[in-house]
Design a protein around this ligand. Sequence first.
Ligand code: GDP
Ligand code: MN
Length: 382
Amino acid sequence: MDLFEYQGKQYFARYDIPISRGGPADTVDEAVAEANNAGYPVVVKAQVQVGGRGKAGGIKLADNEAEVREHAGNILGMDIKGHVVKRLWIEQASDIDEEYYASYTLDRAAKQHLLMLSAEGGVEIEAVAESNPDAIVKLHINPVDGIDVATARQACVDAKLPERALDGAADILVKLYRCFTEGDCDLAEINPLILKPTGEVHALDAKVTLDGSAEFRHPEWDAFRGLTEMDDREEMAAEKGLQYIGLDGSVGIIANGAGLAMSTLDVVNQVGGAASNFLDIGGGANADVMAGALEVINFDESVKSIFINIFGGITRGEEVAKGIVEALGRVDLKAPIVIRLDGTNAEEGRQILLDAGIPESKLRSEPTMLDAARAAVALANA
Ligand code: GDP
Ligand code: MN
């Protein structure tokens, strides 16, 4: 789960990483209230999950209430690289002497954590990697050992941070590592990490990706939900606890198991179609899950046919069939279903579908994945 800057900063604050005083705002009036609270001058910052907001006009300094009104009014609703700004973050403006870059990620190949640090911050790190790769210090960290202040300080020396920034930066690197590990992040990035004229070092931006697999031990992450940038379909699917990703095609996909779901997308492509989604209903999905999955797909205007691809292992054919029958009773499906039902209790499942007397125009069964894909794509392209 990707966090917005203001959520990332709130997460940083839990680990004592210094950030500017500020608050989120959804309206111009709220922006003014937050600015008065933070103290002028302030920065008005668009909250969208895309970099380069500054260049796009989504970050503005304001010296007084009138300027906050003007900038907040302009930035709310602004389209930044396809992301519409619905929320702002207002914070006390900082004086900047220098801008650095710091991040932790997991280096899977090395089986270690990776610190990246550069004295050339504020610009995208990919650009630095291209133009001046030597300006990026990369340090592998054994997760068993972690990183201590002395090691962090040496990394800052290696990255040629000035003497007066070393202690502050090293302290933040240690705290950011705690945030990354104890906070279960896939990415914890500060760009820019700034040095102020006062000598303080401070996080001016925050990019945090939380590791979804660790969600079970972070009930507090619920607060971040609903605000993340999902499309309406994905939001609906998330509410139902479904593994769903929205795509651009017209064939709705329901499969059990992520591997089968991906193969299903491939087969649909192979026969000249395009999937409107990825949806894995998982192992052992019952009737209710199937009905929920169909509701999400039915909600999607661009779906012209629905391809249900089930190879039952733990998932049982009769449960799948019951779910479909239940869904057909619950919602008026706008698109026809093509089903390939195989594996555990497939016979019983097909019998249930037959007994339900669903007309051929609404549901048909095909013996193989390829046949079903062809039928679904033909319906979608009709
Ligand atoms: P991004 O462009 O989306 O990564 O947004 P950032 O939060 O990183 O801000 C982009 C740039 O705006 C920074 O690199 C700074 O140069 C500038 N900026 C942001 N906040 C402040 C601030 O409080 N004071 C000053 N002087 N500049 C700021
Ligand atoms: Mn940034």
